[in-house]
Design a protein around this ligand. Structure first.
Ligand SMILES: [Zn+2]
Length: 66
């Protein structure tokens, strides 16, 4: 089974998850709830997450569109 690495820490993550379990636990609760919604805004949210990770934003400060 192949999987892309966690975009935050580069360790292996579970398939279908945005980040690994350790990094997920560090995200604010409202960010996790928004990312868990698989609606029409899901892809823009994922881009917001990746943009902030690429900018070096601490996981605890990452926010995405609700
Ligand atoms: Zn990670």
């Amino acid at each position: 089974m192949t999987s892309t690495p966690c975009p935050s820490c580069r360790r292996p993550k579970a398939r279908g998850k945005y980040v690994c379990a350790d990094c997920w636990a560090l995200l604010p609760g409202f960010t996790r709830r928004a990312l868990n919604r698989r609606d029409s805004r899901a892809h823009p949210r994922l881009r917001e997450l990746h943009r902030q990770l690429a900018a070096g934003m601490p996981l605890s400060e990452i926010r995405v569109t609700p």
